[in-house]
Design a protein around this ligand. Structure first.
Ligand SMILES: [Fe+2]
Length: 462
C-alpha cells in the first residue's frame, strides 16, 4: 500500500468515504414487488478522517446503509457505527489510530485503546442488529434509527464478521481468530449463540499457524475452519514488514470438528495453498462434507512477507469434498464455474444444507480485477448460469437474496443489490427476480449520491 493518501486507490473513486449522514426517499422506476417488505442493511469502510500513514481498505470506520422497502417505496438512511475509536477520533477532530490498529502509526493518545471499526458485516439475530468486524466484539445498532448502542459485551471477545445462522435451530455459530493476549496470534475461538440470543458456548484453541481467517463453514453436524496461508505475524509487523502476508509455502489446512464435539477433536485436512474469503454454502451427505468456496490462487489485496506486492488474482467457485470415513486428509477440489466472482450468496434458509441456487458479483471479462460489473446466478442442479452485465463501468455490491415468503420454494424470490453508476458518480438500489437476473432489474430506486464500495449486507424481513 502506498502511504500517500492522495493516491491511495482505496480513498479515491467510489472507494472514497461519504461523510454525511442522510435520510432520503428514493425515486423508484419499474415496480417494487408488493410482497417485498423489509430492509437491506449494508456496511463498508468509510474513514471518518483522512487516515494516518498507510491505509488498508479493511481499516476504515464502519458505516451502515439501510434501504427500507415497504408499499412499493424505498427509504434510505446511513449512519456511522459510533465505535469507541470513532468517538475518540471525533472528539479530537482527526485520525488517531493506525490502519488496522497498526501500533507503528498510532498516535500516543490512542495507544492501547480499542481500535474496532465494525465495518464488515451487519447481521440480525435474536432481535439484535449487530455490526461485525473480525477483530472485535459485535457492535449493536438500533434497527430503524441506526443509532449506535455499543459493544455486545456478552460475546466476551472477538467474533468473526461471518457468523452462520443454523436454518433449523436458529443458533448463530461463530468463531474468532487472533484470540489471546498477543495480537496476530494463532489463537482461535469457537462460539454459539442460541436462538434466544444467549451466548451458550465459547471455546478457545490454536490454529496450525497464525492467519487471517475471514470466514468459515458450518453444516448440520460439523464446523470447518479454513486456515489458509495469508499469515499473521506480530514480529514481522514490529519490524516494519506486513502484519498480514501471503506465504504459500505454509500450505492450506481446514479443521473439521463436530459441533457437539470438543475443540481438542478437530481433524486437520490439507489443501494446496490458496485463499478463500467467502464460501457460498456447505453441507454433509453420505459420510462426506461439501463446501462451495470462492477460491483464489493467492491472497489478493495483500503483500508477500518481504513487503513486495502480491499477484493479481481473482476468485472462482470450486467445490471442496472432505471424506470423513477415508484415511486421507486431502481435500478433493473441483471447479464449478469459469467466471471470476466474489461475494457468493444463496437462499440462507438452506444454510448448512444441500442447496441448489447461488448468486454472486462477477467480472465477466475475467480480467483478475475486483471490478464487479455483473451479477450471476448459478443453478447447481442444471449447471445453467445467468449473467446480468452492467454498462459503462457501473459496479455492483454483493447481491442479497430474499424469499418471496417464509415458505416459498428455494430460490423463489428477489435479489437486491446496490450499484454504483460510474458516469453519474451516484448509486442505485436494484431489485431483480432472483430466478431471472439476466432480464435486468424489475425496479430501480435512485439515490441522489453514491454509496461507497463496501463489504456485506443482509436482508431483514418485515
Ligand atoms: Fe467477508
Amino acid at each position: 500500500m502506498d502511504g500517500d493518501v492522495r493516491i491511495n486507490p482505496y480513498l479515491s473513486g467510489n472507494f472514497a468515504p461519504v461523510r454525511s449522514e442522510d435520510d432520503f426517499d428514493l425515486e423508484v422506476t419499474g415496480e417494487i414487488p408488493a410482497g417485498l417488505k423489509g430492509t437491506l442493511y449494508r456496511t463498508g469502510p468509510n474513514p471518518q478522517f483522512d487516515p494516518r500513514g498507510d491505509y488498508h481498505w479493511f481499516g476504515g470506520d464502519g458505516m451502515i446503509h439501510a434501504f427500507h422497502v415497504e408499499d412499493g417505496k424505498v427509504a434510505y438512511r446511513n449512519r456511522y457505527v459510533r465505535t469507541p475509536k470513532w468517538e475518540l477520533e471525533n472528539s479530537h477532530g482527526r485520525a488517531l489510530f493506525g490502519s488496522l490498529g497498526n501500533p507503528m502509526t498510532t498516535d500516543p493518545v490512542a495507544m492501547g485503546q480499542d481500535s474496532g471499526v465494525a465495518n464488515t458485516n451487519i447481521v440480525h439475530h435474536a432481535g439484535r442488529l449487530l455490526a461485525l468486524e473480525e477483530g472485535h466484539m459485535p457492535f449493536e445498532m438500533a434497527e430503524r434509527t441506526l443509532e449506535s448502542k455499543g459493544y455486545a459485551t456478552d460475546y466476551r471477545g472477538k467474533v468473526t464478521a461471518h457468523p452462520k445462522i443454523d436454518a433449523k435451530t436458529g443458533e448463530m455459530v461463530w468463531f474468532g481468530y487472533g484470540v489471546g493476549d498477543m495480537p496476530l496470534s494463532a489463537g482461535m475461538s469457537y462460539g454459539v449463540t442460541d436462538a434466544s440470543g444467549k451466548v451458550v458456548r465459547r471455546d478457545d484453541f490454536q490454529a496450525p499457524f497464525a492467519a487471517m481467517v475471514h470466514d468459515f463453514m458450518v453444516t448440520e453436524t460439523y464446523v470447518l475452519f479454513p486456515i489458509l496461508p495469508l499469515t499473521a505475524s506480530l514480529e514481522r509487523a514490529m519490524s516494519g514488514r506486513p502484519a498480514f502476508a501471503w506465504e504459500p509455502e505454509k500450505g492450506g489446512r481446514v479443521g473439521v470438528m463436530r459441533r457437539d464435539g470438543d475443540v481438542s477433536s478437530i481433524r486437520w485436512f490439507n489443501v494446496e495453498a490458496c485463499y478463500v474469503f467467502h464460501p457460498m454454502n456447505a453441507w454433509e451427505a453420505d459420510g462426506k462434507l461439501f463446501a462451495d468456496v470462492m477460491r483464489y490462487d493467492s491472497a489478493p489485496l495483500f503483500p508477500l512477507a518481504d513487503g513486495s506486492p502480491g499477484q493479481r488474482t481473482a476468485a472462482r467457485l470450486v467445490r471442496w469434498t472432505f471424506d470423513l470415513s477415508g484415511a486421507s486428509d486431502a481435500i478433493k477440489e473441483e471447479a464449478l464455474d469459469d467466471l471470476d466472482g466474489e461475494f457468493p450468496r444463496f437462499d440462507e434458509r438452506l444454510s448448512g444444507l444441500a442447496y441448489r441456487h447461488g448468486w454472486y458479483a462477477a467480472d465477466p471479462t475475467n480480467a483478475k480485477t475486483i471490478k464487479q460489473t455483473a451479477i450471476a446466478h448459478l443453478d447447481h442442479k442444471t449447471g445453467k448460469r445467468q449473467v446480468y452485465e452492467l454498462n459503462g463501468g457501473d459496479m455492483t455490491s454483493e447481491p442479497v437474496f430474499t424469499p418471496r415468503s417464509a415458505d416459498a420454494d428455494e430460490g423463489d424470490g428477489w435479489l437486491t443489490a446496490v450499484v454504483w453508476r460510474a458516469g453519474e458518480n451516484r448509486s442505485d438500489f436494484l431489485v431483480f427476480d432472483a430466478q431471472d437476473v439476466a432480464k435486468g432489474p424489475i425496479a430501480t430506486a435512485k439515490l441522489p449520491r453514491r454509496v461507497p464500495f463496501g463489504f456485506h449486507g443482509n436482508w431483514v424481513a418485515g
